[in-house]
Write a protein that binds this ligand. Structure first.
Ligand SMILES: [Mg+2]
Length: 252
């Protein structure tokens, strides 16, 4: 029986190289015997994922979801390859980059993220130098909500804020991929460490919160009161391994 693991990268897989090396070997054994479909699901760009696989010890993946769920890539991965067109076209139907930029107008202290993190489907800024970052995020959410339900505002770590198409986000991208590949939605485990990972837990239900997670995700896990949201005692990749063992994906 095949499981799907959809894991965030930074702060979830990375952070403890020794633990990541151990986890990567276990995941590869499962992939080699077709018992695991591995999705890397990240805010990174594709070339930062491929360089991470080459240099940071990240595992080989069966699919990569980049830019917080707005781009999907299938192997063989190449740095200049276009994202999956079916997903792109679906998201472009509801998203206007210029309208999204308008939600950020006049917010004191707000800084745009570098161009590489701003795409036709993702408008990203930092709010940590705003006088009240949480209030700034709330105001951006309020403005976005005035456009109906076309936009999703994701706020993480008291710093990163992304305006995405409402149909995107890490969780919906994973669901799209699982349905498209004919995988079992009932056998999915997600893993994460910050607020932009909450969408994965909301959409798929079962997951691992690593011990080093940001308060917003830890609070979510505590409030969910679900046995399917597992709070690991270990940090980083060791926490992911612990959670996968808990769910029976890896042998104890
Ligand atoms: Mg992370």
């Amino acid at each position: 029986m095949q499981w799907t693991l959809a894991s965030d990268i930074d702060g979830t897989l990375t952070g403890d190289r020794e633990a990541l090396d151990r986890l990567r070997e276990k995941l590869q054994v499962k992939r080699d015997s077709s018992e695991l479909y591995l999705i890397l699901c990240t805010g990174r760009r594709l070339d930062q994922v491929t360089s991470g696989i080459a240099e940071e010890g990240l595992p080989q993946a069966d699919a990569v979801i980049c830019q917080v769920g707005t781009e999907i890539y299938l192997p063989p991965l190449g740095d200049d390859m276009p994202p999956m067109e079916a997903w792109r076209a679906r998201l472009l139907e509801q998203y206007s980059r210029s309208e999204a930029e308008g939600f950020l107008a006049g917010i004191e202290g707000l800084r745009m993220q570098p161009d590489m993190f701003n795409t036709e489907l993702k408008t990203s800024c930092y709010v940590d130098e705003c006088p009240d970052p949480d209030a700034a995020a709330a105001e951006i959410r309020r403005r976005a909500a005035q456009q109906g339900d076309r936009y999703l505002v994701v706020y993480s770590s008291g710093r990163d804020l992304d305006i995405l198409p409402a149909a995107s986000g890490k969780g919906k991208a994973i669901r799209f991929l699982i349905e498209q590949r004919g995988l079992d939605l009932g056998r999915v485990v997600v893993a994460g460490d910050t607020g932009n990972d909450i969408a994965m837990f909301d959409e798929l239900g079962r997951g691992v919160v690593v011990a080093n997670a940001q308060p917003e995700l830890r609070d979510y896990a505590q409030q969910s009161a679900s046995d399917d949201v597992y709070q690991a005692r270990h940090e980083f990749a060791a926490g992911v391994e612990e959670g996968l063992t808990h769910f029976g994906v890896l042998a104890g």
